[in-house]
Design a protein around this ligand. Structure first.
Ligand code: ATP
Length: 607
């Protein structure tokens, strides 16, 4: 029995280095940042003895063995019972209850929404995937004893339940990144994977995690107050992306018994804490909200077996690195080697690769496609447009689209701007001019952000004006056109932005408005377009030449080899000190990277 705060500190589990170790029950969990603190009369963390079932996974064998501490998970689905906000009823919060209908304790069918959407858009199946587009894609792996790739899902032992969900997702065969990354991860190897936008990275890290959890035997988790002990942690830089990964992971783990929970900023934390109390195997989170939950002792990372960072280069750039280090290195997560770590992105600058290697152990580096580049599926146009002409130019584009019938439900347009104010103003102006638009940026409430995204996805407002908060990861079907109304400062941001179209083998169009203010982007943009077999206008080539001579190019990919993603370990310089990163040209002057994400003050837009 815990009698005092000091006792609870003494009794707490301190820095487990053995993720497999079963811990004796304690009544109060003390988060690592509070351990060894002097006793206080007011414990900062409420001590609750709880009879709630812990998340023990004992002998869980998949769909046929479907039982766990809290009851059977293999109940037939009885359809989606809406509670909370559905978007159709208006008001309130989107309920992301981990896919459970609490009223009836039944797992909600996550595929129902897809079926409804397919029906609404007259689509029967995922037939748009053009795998031929990927056939001659270059693939590069490095590291010791790299496990060989597979050609089909059947070749991989993912388990019947997961295979069934893959079929439900209408995934017929693995995409190239999945062909390589899944066997590497299933072999237990750490992985740094670069693959082009829209190429299926989410499944590439979710499948091995879910399959690994299903294979775990006798995992006994501590029963400590209200603390949740997830087995896997997936971190992503934005709230919307975390929600999307959560939705995908729920589909992949439907009726497997694996419980997925999401925690992100801007939404009520109490609701998320309640969900965590009900049990969690895979926690998908944004870093800020996770740190909050860790400090409140509502989550402990001591049982983590799998750590995945999506958009890993973004997660390790200047804005997020301290939070990520805190989560991974200063709380109670097992050390690298004792957990499996997977880092994924479409872009991986070398200085970030070096930082990332701190989190990895004997890892495999995988590059699929011209990494850091855009896919050939996106037709890229760049037009010289003065600041003062941008609105009328956009209007011309939209009118042309309307005439060609590619606006509305079947053809969504995503317009990127530099600032939150700029997003509001452009949205307002578009609406005034008869183009239904909405916007997403860091100054909008989370409810507004989620509502805007839903309205855009459904085609109700087929134009979304966005800041970089929507640049990464979001998988919105039917985005036909991405307009860079304001170009970003960083070429990697450009790659991610235009990657909101041309996904999963489908074609897309990206138009950029360029003017003298974008001088520093001229060379990397021209290089990138050339790499992707796009027509580079003569005036841009001239800008690029001037930029190379005049030192105007401070962008990190100025050296741009044809195969942009290379394992930095191969350079033989990765043991060098900081001077390596201060080199001229090529990758990385520290002052330039991160520049694309704006000053530190705007980082909140990403949380
Ligand atoms: N094997 C597959 N077969 C068919 N479709 C797939 C397959 N794998 C993934 N997809 C679909 O491809 C789309 C893009 O996948 P995903 O969002 O994981 O891309 P990504 O590589 O993470 O992109 P980004 O770099 O923008 O984050 C999704 O709609 C997903 O459902």
């Amino acid at each position: 029995m815990t009698t005092s705060w000091a006792d609870s500190v003494d009794n707490s589990v301190i820095g487990s280095s053995d993720a497999n170790a079963a811990r004796p029950a304690r009544s109060t969990y003390v988060p690592p940042h509070l351990r060894n603190k002097p006793p206080s009369s007011e414990p900062p963390v409420a001590s609750h003895s709880s009879s709630l079932p812990a998340n023990d996974r004992v002998n869980y064998g998949g769909p046929t063995a479907g039982s766990r501490g809290g009851g059977s998970y293999n109940r037939p689905d009885h359809g989606r019972q809406e509670y909370g906000y559905s978007g159709r009823t208006g008001g309130g919060w989107n309920n992301r209850g981990g896919g459970w209908d609490r009223g009836r304790e039944r797992e909600v069918n996550p595929f129902e929404d897809d079926e409804a959407t397919d029906h609404a858009f007259g689509e029967q199946e995922n037939t748009g995937i053009n795998f031929d587009a990927y056939d001659d894609i270059p693939v590069d792996t490095s590291g010791e004893n790299v496990p060989p790739p597979v050609n089909t899902f059947a070749e991989i032992d993912l388990g019947e339940a997961l295979n069934h969900n893959i079929r439900r997702c209408k995934y017929v065969k693995p995409t190239p990144v999945q062909r390589y990354a899944i066997p590497i991860s299933l072999a237990g190897r750490d992985l740094m994977a670069c693959a082009q936008t829209g190429s299926g990275k989410t499944a590439a890290f979710c499948f091995p995690i879910i399959s690994g959890i299903l294979k775990m035997q006798h995992v006994q988790r501590p029963r400590i107050g209200r603390t949740a002990f997830p087995l896997a942690l997936i971190l992503s830089p934005t709230r919307e992306l975390s929600c999307q990964i959560h939705d995908e992971a729920k589909k992949f783990s439907y009726q497997t018994g694996v419980k997925v929970v999401v925690a992100y900023g801007g939404a009520p934390i109490n609701q998320q804490m309640r969900e965590l109390e009900r049990g969690v195997d895979i926690l998908v989170a944004t870093p800020g909200r996770l740190v909050d939950l860790l400090e409140r002792a509502r989550v402990s990372l001591q049982m983590i077996r799998y750590l995945a960072l999506d958009e890993a280069d973004r997660m390790l750039d200047m804005g997020f690195e301290p939070q990520i280090r805190k989560i991974v290195e200063q709380m109670d997560m097992p050390l690298q080697g004792l957990r499996q770590t997977m880092l994924f992105s479409a872009t991986f600058p070398k200085e970030i690769q070096r930082l990332a290697s701190d989190f990895l152990s004997n890892y495999v580096f995988l590059a699929v496609g011209r990494v850091g580049s855009s896919t050939d599926l996106i037709a890229q146009r760049v037009e010289y447009v003065l600041e003062s002409d941008k609105r009328s130019h956009l209007m011309d584009l939209l009118h042309a689209q309307r005439e060609n019938g590619i606006i509305g439900k079947q053809g969504l347009t995503l317009v990127f701007v530099e600032t939150k104010k700029g997003a509001d103003a452009l949205e307002h102006w578009l609406c005034l001019n008869g183009f239904p638009a909405t916007s997403i940026h860091g100054d909008r409430t989370q409810q507004e952000r989620e509502l805007a995204l839903r309205s855009f996805k459904s085609g109700n407002t087929p134009i979304l004006v966005a800041t970089d908060v929507a640049a990464r990861g979001l998988d919105i079907p039917r985005v036909a056109h991405v307009v860079n109304f304001d170009l970003p400062n960083d070429i990697d941001d450009y790659v991610h932005r235009i990657g909101r179209t041309g996904r999963a083998g489908k074609m897309g169009l990206a138009t950029a408005f360029f003017n003298d203010n974008n001088f520093s982007l001229a060379k990397p943009l021209a290089d990138l377009m050339q790499e992707a077999n796009q027509e580079v206008p003569a005036w841009l080539t001239r800008f690029a030449a001037r930029a190379s001579y005049g030192g105007g190019n401070r962008n990190r990919r100025s050296g741009g080899s044809r195969f942009g993603g290379r394992d930095f370990r191969r350079d033989g310089q990765h043991n060098k000190g900081p001077e390596y990163y201060g080199g001229t040209g090529g990758y990385g002057v520290p002052a330039s990277y991160g520049g694309g994400y704006g000053p530190p003050g705007v980082a909140s837009a990403w949380d």
